[in-house]
Design a protein around this ligand. Sequence first.
Ligand code: NAP
Length: 283
Amino acid sequence: MTQRIALLGHPVAHSISPRFQQAALDALAIDARYEAWDVPPADLPIALERLRSAELLGANVTVPHKEAVFRLVDRLDPLAERVGAVNTIVRRDGQLHATNTDVAGILAALAGIPLHGASVLLLGAGGAARAVVVAMHQAGVSRLTIANRTLDRARALAVLAPGIEVIPCSLEATDATLREAMAGASLVMQSTTIGMLHGPDEAGSPVPADWFQPGQTAFDLVYNPERTPFLRAAEAAGARPLGGLAMLVHQGAEAFRLWTGVEPPLDVMFDAARTAMKEMAPR
Ligand code: NAP
């Protein structure tokens, strides 16, 4: 019996997960199909019932269903609850177990970057930023400054990182706290939608280009385009640029481990993801 894995989202046509997940399944000769299911919110309960069929290994969950699935699964693990979002469901013994692999994806993408005791600056305080805060807490950073256009959203994230110094501030270039944090951070993480293809400000970067420092690491969660204006400015200043594709592939790799129990072929996944991105790039 060919097994199946679903991606639940609305819309889902733009997602590159089917490309790199199927490539990984094929490379390991696993008889399974990764399918994108476009599920309008009203149909989510029916989609979750379909996931209970014997041939389903599980699912990925994306916008707008990451919170709505909470009440439709049998088990929600504490990590997903803390992050406030489910991105992976595993069908085990007939039950739907929900978790979040974004935190693992972030930490894997940052492998080799010293985080314990580090000063980190996070730009943005939306859904993805929650996983970043939990990841930074797990990694033992000592200071986390969170800068956001809407200051209250930055303040609200402090509860996710108990025991570490969390400093909320505004994302204005005139904000002295932001400027100081940028000067003192060994890692700057960009989680706004600025710089994203078809986002609110494709050509923009949330911080002035001349604020980056040599030796800093600049991580942009945005993965399309692979080199955002934020990353280009960081690189020009001698900082180390890291794009969001690594987080995307690593969160998918962690989900793959959970569904199949097998170590995923990361090289195959990265190659397939990059090929898919090139094919989708505007000409
Ligand atoms: P979200 O929940 O909608 O949050 C958007 C964030 O961007 C908020 O902090 C928002 O600030 C800020 N923002 C939006 N427009 C802005 C503007 N014009 N000026 C300043 N700030 C602005 O989105 P999300 O789910 O967190 O996703 C954020 C980005 O991360 C997206 O580009 C997404 O593709 C990427 N992402 C990547 C991965 C990966 O695997 N690499 C995973 C998840 C997300 P306010 O709070 O003030 O509105």
